[in-house]
Design a protein around this ligand. Structure first.
Ligand code: HAM
Length: 422
């Protein structure tokens, strides 16, 4: 039989131990900042009923039309989550927060799945750090989540990113705007791609975020929503900008931001890294004031964002900001002078681990010299060396691999000796 070699599915990749320090840096930064801003972690399932996403993200969107990984089991259709907001809102409604504790600040860090054409920074399984602040329409919260998103990149050492915001309006503003876009597009509809033509009928605003460059050009000069904002939504938009200034950030309005998901109302924003090309959004977010209601809950407003790790890692790598991040080696390498000490080596490793000190030892039957070389090659801090004589006398040689100094330590004081030096 032919031997088959397996590869990770297209667009999905292994995060190997050597990649871990960079990932942990991102996750650590996310968790640290989330805590700083008062967000608590939430972990909904990776799958939800398919209709949850259809309902939340919108029927006429790239995600729902082309990108969901869907699994039919009997009568149930489940999909891997293409994004985090729908699941978090479903959890909020199911947990009954609206009645008992309506303002919830929640964050998540985990894999999302979209059947996209894999390319630089776009994968079929990718990780997002997202926050969702559900229960208030205070414009300070819109500014706060934008500030948190920007802080994430700043903490990682990235500068020169653009935080761009816009308003998608709501209710009547949106209806008037939709009518204006329809009037603008209708005369040249024949020149748009087929998908745009069908979207024109079903959800005209989605024509504006078609990824086809020719369609993008035809849409240039389309009406912009902020010209149609009613008084209340204009005031909200302005209040968000003034709150951003309170937080020390100058707002940058970009009327071209439309976002590719249907649930947004009022504030939307993206963070771009011009250095990684046109489809460079590292973060997308905004307000979604009707989603809780649309998913069966009460009328509760909300705002949030999600940051993609793939693009962020590419940028950090490009800028050399991942250098020096190394896989952490166990603190101690335990060495037996000869095969005679096999069992003593294991006992010492066991004692160290019980004492909270990480330790490994040779399992290849290598010579003393080869073990010393192995210990020196890694980034271990210490070698603990045992020969017959040491075993007999109840001591070990403790070698500091950095300082190259060596001392003799009684076995029962080894953990203490290392602890006080570490
Ligand atoms: P989104 O704009 O679809 O928004 O995704 C947010 C970010 O996830 C993007 O800016 C990008 O960095 C990353 N991302 C998206 N698709 C991929 C992919 N295929 N490969 C790698 N990275 C990707 C949302 O997902 C909303 N749920 C954000 C949100 C939360 N809005 C309110 N709350």
């Amino acid at each position: 039989m032919m031997k088959k070699s397996y590869q990770a599915p297209r667009g999905m990749r292994d995060v190997l131990p050597e990649n871990m320090p960079a990932w942990q840096r991102l996750e650590g930064t996310a968790r640290h900042l989330a805590r700083l801003f008062g967000f608590s972690e939430v972990r909904p399932p990776l799958m939800e009923e398919t209709t949850l996403f259809t309902r939340a993200v919108g029927e006429v969107t790239d995600i729902v039309e082309k990108e969901m990984f869907t699994l039919q089991k009997g009568k149930t259709s489940l999909s891997l989550r293409p994004e985090g907001t729908a699941g978090v809102v479903r959890a909020y409604v199911q947990a009954g927060y609206a009645k008992r504790d309506p303002l919830q600040r929640m964050y998540y860090c985990g894999p999302m799945f979209r059947y996209e054409r894999p390319q630089k920074g776009r994968e079929r399984m990718f990780t997002q750090f997202g926050v969702e602040c559900i229960g208030s329409s205070d414009p300070r919260l819109d500014a706060e989540v934008m500030d948190l998103a920007a802080r994430f990149f700043e903490e990682l050492g990235l500068t020169g990113l653009e935080v761009r915001m816009n308003s998608m309006g709501d209710g009547e503003d949106r209806d008037r705007y939709r009518a204006a876009v329809t009037d603008f597009l209708r005369p040249k509809l024949g020149e748009f791609c087929e998908l745009c033509q069908s979207r024109f009928e079903r959800n005209v605003l989605r024509v504006l975020d078609c990824k086809n460059p020719a369609c993008g050009e035809l849409s240039m000069g389309a009406p912009v929503l902020i010209d149609y904002l009613g008084e209340e939504n204009r005031a909200h938009f302005e209040a968000v900008q003034s709150s951003l200034r309170d937080l020390g950030r100058e707002p940058c309005v970009d009327t071209g931001i439309v976002r590719g998901l249907d649930y947004y109302t009022r504030t939307v924003f993206e963070i771009h890294a011009p250095a990684i090309g046109a489809r460079s959004a590292l973060c997308g977010g905004g307000r979604y004031d009707h989603l809780v209601r649309d998913l069966g809950g009460p009328d509760v407003p909300a705002v949030g964002f999600a940051i993609g790790f793939s693009g962020t890692l590419i940028l950090l790598e490009q800028l050399g900001l991942l250098e020096g991040l190394e896989r952490e080696a166990p603190e101690v390498y335990v060495i037996g002078f000869s095969a005679e000490q096999k069992s003593e080596v294991l006992k010492v490793a066991g004692d160290l681990r019980r004492g909270g000190i990480s330790a490994i030892y040779d399992v290849d039957g290598r010579s003393f010299k080869a073990q010393m070389q192995a210990a020196g090659k890694g980034t271990h801090k210490y070698a603990v060396i045992l020969g017959d004589d040491e075993v007999e006398r109840g001591v070990v040689q403790l070698k500091d691999l950095g300082a190259k100094s060596q001392i003799e330590v009684p076995r029962d004081q080894l953990v203490e000796a290392i602890r006080s030096a570490l």
